[in-house]
Design a protein around this ligand. Sequence first.
Ligand code: NAD
Length: 498
Amino acid sequence: MRNIDHFIGGGAFASGERHSDVFDPNNGDVQARVRLGGEADLQRAVDAANAALPGWIATNPQRRARVMFKFKELVEKNIDELALLLSSEHGKVIADSKGDVQRGLEVIEFACGIPHALKGEYTQGAGPGIDVFSMRQPLGIVAGITPFNVPAMIPMWMFGVAIACGNAFILKPSERDPSVPVRLAELMKEAGLPDGILQVVQGDKEMVDAILDHPEIKAVSFVGSSDIAHYVYRRGVAAGKRVQAMGGAKNHGIVMPDADLDQVVNDLTGAAFGSAGERCMALPVVVPVGEKTAEALREKLIPAIDRLRVGVSTDAEAHYGPVVNAAHKQRIENYIQMCVDEGGELVVDGRGFTLQGHENGFFIGPTLFDRVQPHFQSYQEEIFGPVLQIVRADSFEEAVRLPSDHQYGNGVAIFTRNGHAAREFAARVNVGMVGINVPIPVPVAYHTFGGWKRSAFGDINQHGMEGVRFWTKTKTVTQRWPDGSPSGENAFVIPTMG
Ligand code: NAD
């Protein structure tokens, strides 16, 4: 049995007896065991980070950027191996696994420009003989806690920017697919990153709590489900840390009567069922506006769903693979039953799907519900599986209200040919990321990513310049170089520049 250990101080480190199983979702077998660490392992990582930090902080930003350039090159060289490893633990198909790596790499590309991004502000002559300038300094030791569903992209979102800014980063990946994060740390070492600047500690709640309580860890970035995000936020902030904690989602796709329905169906099937719906930016709710739109959309959706191919994650023809584990499969199937019990019309039922030769794999067929009502619990909560719910709206106003009133506010999309409606929608909807004829509006790396309401706790987004702000603190210097003649100013009055 393969063991997955911590990556501390530049190499694998094993300690403790607690383990968790890592499955192969394609056949349900346990393929590895990941170590579950705690306080003592974390302390070891903190000690290694402390030893490495002064040298890394003193490394000028251009040299830090060169490590990122080299890392990008290495990841590109190893992308096939990384995608296969990712796919084998997560279950997403190979092309999608490559996308997971690629979207993370785009943040590394942003981090290659860190010398520019770290430049402070400067005012010459803010007062007589006085200049003011600011600098962005690293926080020190920082940490990231990441979810199972994007095991390459989200760690890179965090450590790419944090490390380029001069911090030492400790990553606690999901225990469900922990191998790719370790491989990324190995590649960073190969790229020239000093030992102790990127480390991976494996674990569950015990390790998360150790991170949140550790006095030397200055900031924590979390991505995962909302209740845990909220918990991490509260506990981290109470310990005096800077915390950003991204949570769950229930993204809506609004379909206006003038939308190009063939395009919508094409976009929607990918956005609802791609990665088996295990995406925080998936579109699990579609809101057609008007009965005519609803009927036409439904008529086109059913055959498109029938054409979807569910297969093992290495099947190049498959649109999506299995879900991550048996517990998650059960949870999704419970939600399907809940929606039936609440009165939803089950149009396509994906339960009971099996694949010959992979009968124990964690597969669920695509599932479609119509006439779902806003008061259903199955609508209000995140299912995180290949389940699409149609919620019919009578008007544009109702379509704006549905995602705006929902507890989650990660992403939303509107499909229309009417620029005015799109503009109104984008301005008014109470959601953090909006797509206009774009089903999964994940912002590019040099913009920032972050939802609203229960989709994010804390007020600074991931990556882009918000990432730079999150991983640095600002120091502002007011300087005067007197020429020696007495100024005669009254030092008892608050200084003004007037
Ligand atoms: P999760 O909340 O179960 O786990 C996330 C992390 O928290 C993992 O590292 C896990 O080990 C840790 N954790 C689990 N239970 C814990 C506990 N009781 N106390 C402390 N830490 C704990 O999430 P997941 O199932 O791995 O990921 C899916 C969720 O993440 C979905 O809700 C999805 O929407 C969300 N997500 C959000 C975003 C975003 O940017 N908003 C992006 C990706 C995923």
